[in-house]
Design a protein around this ligand. Structure first.
Ligand SMILES: Cc1cc2nc3c(=O)[nH]c(=O)nc-3n(C[C@H](O)[C@H](O)[C@H](O)COP(=O)(O)O)c2cc1C
Length: 211
């Protein structure tokens, strides 16, 4: 009887392990259209009430490209600038079905966890129920900063540009968003399985605004 229990548990764990592929290609981002820039700036605002509906895959793909996708294939440079072109920011995509790291080269998502970790992405109630949280993480090993305990000042500005790209994309697409610093970073660091040189800078919630 005990043996059956162990076998069933092993089967369940292995099913979970293979339930999602390790890396998936996002649909090709649509790199044209959208609202005129001045209108998007006119509409940009923070939203803290979200409908639970998931973002369709194409919209997520376009959002990630707008945020931090590669817009010049020849140089591998991005839609946002980065100090000394260090490109040290990773976007962790936290959804109900798991956590994924956005890989701009190839426009891919790498599976980090099958768990729903949204509730760890911030201290405000809407964070756990909104469909999507982007967590901006600086990998200091890609920079010249060797002291992990110092504030990564350049990374804060680099994330600011990405977050504003997300704000403008959301304004253009009728999505709601808010950038956030009120996070238990120590707990989230552990939940996202980050290395000591990876620092959480800010997070940003995205979803359709609650009607
Ligand atoms: C660095 C930074 C951190 C922020 N942290 C939070 C936060 O933790 N929670 C939150 O609800 N809003 C946060 N905000 C959003 C601001 O509260 C918001 O931008 C401000 O109230 C102005 O509103 P607006 O974005 O609609 O113009 C943050 C904004 C910035 C730039």
């Amino acid at each position: 009887m005990k043996l059956y229990g162990v076998l069933i548990l092993t089967l369940l764990f292995s099913l979970k392990a293979v339930s999602q592929p390790k890396t998936t290609a996002l649909p090709q981002p649509v790199r044209s259209g959208g609202m005129p820039l001045m209108e998007a700036l006119d509409q940009r605002c923070s939203t803290r009430e979200f409908a639970p509906a998931e973002l369709p895959e194409q919209l997520l793909s376009n959002l990630l490209w707008a945020a931090w996708g590669i817009n010049r294939d020849e140089s591998g440079k991005h839609t946002a600038p980065s100090s000394n072109n260090k490109q040290e920011i990773d976007i962790y995509v936290v959804k109900a079905n798991g956590v994924f790291r956005f890989i701009p080269k190839g426009h891919l998502l790498e599976l980090i966890s099958d768990d729903d970790l949204r509730s760890f992405c911030g201290k405000q109630d809407f964070v756990a129920s909104a469909p999507l949280n982007l967590v901006y993480v600086a990998d200091l090993d890609r920079t010249d900063q060797k002291d992990y305990s110092a504030e990564p000042v350049a990374s804060y500005s680099n994330v600011g540009f990405i977050a504003q790209n997300v704000y403008l994309f959301c304004a253009s697409e009728g999505l709601g968003t808010v950038v956030r610093g009120w996070i238990d970073k120590e707990t989230l660091q552990a939940k996202l399985q980050l290395k000591p040189g990876q620092k959480i800078i800010l997070a940003q919630t995205v979803g359709f605004p609650k009607k």
